[in-house]
Every structure is written in C-alpha cells, then in structure tokens.
Write a protein that binds this ligand. Structure first.
Ligand SMILES: Cc1cc2nc3c(=O)[nH]c(=O)nc-3n(C[C@H](O)[C@H](O)[C@H](O)COP(=O)(O)OP(=O)(O)OC[C@H]3O[C@@H](n4cnc5c(N)ncnc54)[C@H](O)[C@@H]3O)c2cc1C
Length: 419
C-alpha cells in the first residue's frame, strides 16, 4: 500500500452532496477535508423533496429523525391539468411493505446542509475549509493535489482521493477533461415562494402537484416555510422582466386568484439541463451529484440521486482505505452503476416528466393524461410507478455501494432472468 492512502480524502464542494459524502466517510472512520468556495454554507432554494430510499440512507447516517421533525411528510402527489383539473393521484403509502419511509419528505436542501455541517464541526475526522476556490487539480501515484485560492492566498492540499461534488459547472470535471454530454432546455425555470396557502385557494390539490399546460405548465410544492410555484420563463423574457413584481403577481393570480394579492418571498431563475458526464471516474477522482449529472427538477430526483452517489462512493472508499479493498474494481463499479442509474432512471424519467407536463400537441396531451389515469387506476401499475418515481426500483436493482462481486452476481442473475 503506498503512503498516499494515509492522506485524507479531499471533497470539493460543500453543497448537499459534498457534505453527505464528508459525513458518511468521517463517520466510517476516514479522514476528510472539505473545500468550499463560499465563505459559509449556501442557502439557495432548489431541492425540497427527499424520496424513500434517500431517507433510508440518511437514517443510517443519523439524520432522518431530525429531518422528519423539521420537514413535511407527504405521501400523495398529483398530476393535474390547468384546464381539466385532477388527472391522477399517486400515493407512496403503497410502498409501505418495502420501505420504512413510504412518502416524500418536503424539506429545503439547505436544512440538510445545515444539519450535516453542525455534525461535521464536531467530527474529529473532518476538516471544513470554507472560502477556498479550487483552481487546479493534479493526480499521480501519490494521490491528488488540489490547488486554489483562499482568503489569505494560495492553498495546496494533498489527498488520497478526490470526490468532486462541485456542482453543475464543476471545475474538477473541466480540469479532468470529462465531457458533459446532453442539452439545455430553451426556457429557464422560475421558482417563486409565497406565504399564501395554495390549498386554501385550491382545496383539492395535494402538497406536491405537477400541473400540465401547453403554455403555462407549473409545479406547486408545499414546504414548511412556504408554498413554491415553479414555472417556465418565456425565452424572450429577461431576468428583470420575469421577476418584475407585477409580472410575478399576474402569474400567481393566474394559478389561483387571491384578492389583495400574493406576498412573494424568495425568487430565483434557473437554466435547466439534461446532461451526464461521459465518465464518473478519472484516476483517483470521482464525480458525484450535479458535477456528474444534471436534470430537470420535474420529479425531484436530482439531489436524491446525488446523495445515492455520495453514499455509494463513500462505502467503496471506506472499504479501500480501511479494509484494504482493491480501488480499481471499486471505482469502476461506482462509475458503471451510478452512470447507468443516471442515464436509465434519472435522465429518462425527468425528461419524460418534462415532456409530459409541457406537451403542446392536443392528441398527445390527452393520451398522456389517459395513460396516467390508467396507471393510477390499476393497483399493480400504480405500485410499479411509485417504486420507479421514488428511486426504490433503481436501488433495489443495483444496491448502494455493493461490493463489485455482488454487483457481478446481480448482473448475472438479471441476464439469466431475461433469457
Ligand atoms: C428549481 C430546482 C428544483 C430542484 N428540486 C429538486 C428536488 O425537489 N429534489 C431533488 O432531488 N433535486 C432537486 N433539484 C436538484 C438539486 O438542487 C441539485 O441536484 C443539488 O443541489 C446538487 O447538489 P450538489 O451538492 O451536487 O451541487 P451544488 O448544490 O451545486 O453544490 C456545489 C458546491 O460546490 C461549490 N463549488 C463549486 N465550484 C467550486 C470550486 N472550484 N472550489 C470550491 N468549491 C466549489 C459551490 O459553491 C457549491 O456550494 C432541483 C434543482 C432545481 C434547479
């Protein structure tokens, strides 16, 4: 064993995926150094849904109880149509035989980051380095060298491995020369939060609703702090026009008229992409979360799959660094399985969800609605739908962080069952 294995694992990016990897490794007994560009954890509004298998993983990491105490437990969600009303309702309670958490948990992602940073601050195996921007990465037989700029000048950090959790515009991905293949949607998405209670205005909606419309589709989600409406910004509208208070008021009044007007809180506009890194591993460096794959938020699975990446990789690196497992097959298994899940489940389903909600062709729109009604009306199909939408299916198929030989056995069994 070369001595670089004595070095800490470097984690680039202190978003929800990076801090999950840091906590999973540090708790397992591996030393980690987390490097984050911002001076403190970001509090941006993005993910708000945690799915059942993610909650099980976070339970193992000692977080599920606090998350449930702070979040909203939401078993039901709806597909709706702005003109026709309710199309189909799905209830994750049908998954109660196979998961301890048969619901979505609505909790804004910055709360997970806060909970993990609080724990990491007291964890002797973890060092958190805020205010350092990584600008260069080099790798060799002696591990990884990350160089960057900190508040008091240049910084160099050496590690055994690098976990690149530095988000959609990943510096690591670029420096490692890994392509990010896919496309960007022409329209941006605007998230607006309001203290108004949409359920008081639209009494039959659920806490999570995907609402189809050829022109003005949207999704409406409830969190503890507020309701959030997410809708597309026309391609010819500037940021200033889209976030103009009168324009936003008109969009929200179009969802449900509210005499006296909406109080509008946080607002953000995002570019939305469907992209996957060509490889999730380059030497001793591995890409996780948005650095490895990004997708439309329709379905709420981007961060969930990023957390699955982080736990999968952490289990493998813990075996390598603590139990002497061979790093080659472990990293290869991570790269192969997590990329396959990203492509076959996360990308495929979020793309389909986005097409379904924004379909303009009337015949296809009606066919989509008929299909959803038929699935929701058939208990076996509804259960299969919920297993897939919740990511339980992909986790049951591939596991999280299984040793390479177990994955090989599963693949062989899968091949036999399909011949
Ligand atoms: C509108 C919207 C709604 C969403 N809703 C959901 C949802 O309900 N459920 C879900 O699962 N997902 C959802 N997502 C996706 C989810 O928000 C992302 O998948 C998640 O934030 C990815 O986390 P991450 O840690 O990989 O990356 P990020 O959160 O982007 O964190 C990356 C971190 O790396 C740091 N960094 C970057 N470059 C450097 C550098 N060079 N040096 C040091 N630090 C650096 C950044 O400052 C940042 O803190 C949504 C996304 C959007 C846009």
């Amino acid at each position: 064993m070369s001595n670089h294995r004595e070095l800490p694992v470097l984690i680039l990016g202190g978003g929800p995926v990076g801090v999950t990897a840091a906590w999973a490794l540090a708790r397992a007994g591996v030393r980690v150094q987390l490097i984050e560009r911002e001076p403190e954890p970001r509090t941006d509004w993005r993910a708000s849904t945690f799915h059942p298998p993610t909650l099980e993983l976070l339970d193992e990491l000692g977080l599920a109880a606090q998350m449930h105490a702070e979040g909203l437990t939401v078993p039901r969600y709806q597909y709706r149509d702005r003109r026709a009303g309710l199309v189909a309702e799905f209830d994750f309670t049908v998954l109660k035989e196979e998961t301890k958490y048969p619901h979505r948990l609505q909790l804004n992602q910055q709360h997970l980051v806060r909970m993990l940073v609080e724990r990491l601050a007291d964890e002797p195996n973890a060092t958190l380095r805020y205010g350092i921007e990584a600008t260069d990465i080099s790798t060799g037989d002696d591990g990884v060298l990350v160089e960057g700029r900190g508040p008091s000048g240049p910084v160099s950090l050496r590690g055994s491995f690098l976990i690149a959790a530095d988000g959609a515009s990943s510096t690591a991905r670029r420096l490692l020369g890994v392509a990010f293949t896919g496309f960007t949607y022409p329209e941006r998405f605007l998230i607006a939060s309001t203290s108004a209670d949409f359920r008081a205005l639209l009494p039959d909606i659920a806490d999570v609703n995907y609402v189809a419309d050829p022109d003005e589709w949207l999704f409406l989600l409830r969190t503890v702090e507020s309701w959030r409406a997410v809708y597309p910004v026309p391609t010819d509208q500037t940021y200033e026009q889209a976030t103009d208070p009168e324009e936003m008021q008109a969009r929200l009044q179009g969802i449900a008229p509210l005499p006296g007007g909406y109080e509008i809180g946080d607002r953000q506009i995002y570019n939305v992409h469907q992209r996957v890194a060509d490889s999730f591993v380059a030497g001793p460096c591995a890409l996780v979360g948005d650095a490895a794959h990004i997708n439309s938020p329709l379905g709420g699975v981007g961060l969930n799959s990023g957390i699955h990446d982080a736990v999968d990789l952490s289990r493998r690196l813990a075996r390598v660094l603590l139990d002497g497992a061979d790093e080659g097959p472990e990293l290869a298994a991570f790269a192969e399985i997590r990329r396959q899940v990203a492509v076959e489940y996360v990308q495929a389903d979020t793309k389909r969800n986005t097409e379904r909600i924004s379909e303009r062709d009337e015949t296809r729109r009606q066919a989509n609605h008929d299909e959803l009604r038929a699935i929701a009306g058939d208990p076996d199909r509804a259960r299969a739908w919920c297993r897939r939408a919740s990511l339980l299916e992909s986790v049951a198929r591939f596991g999280i962080g299984l040793p390479p030989q177990d994955i090989r056995h599963r693949r062989e069994a899968e091949a036999k069952s399909t011949t």
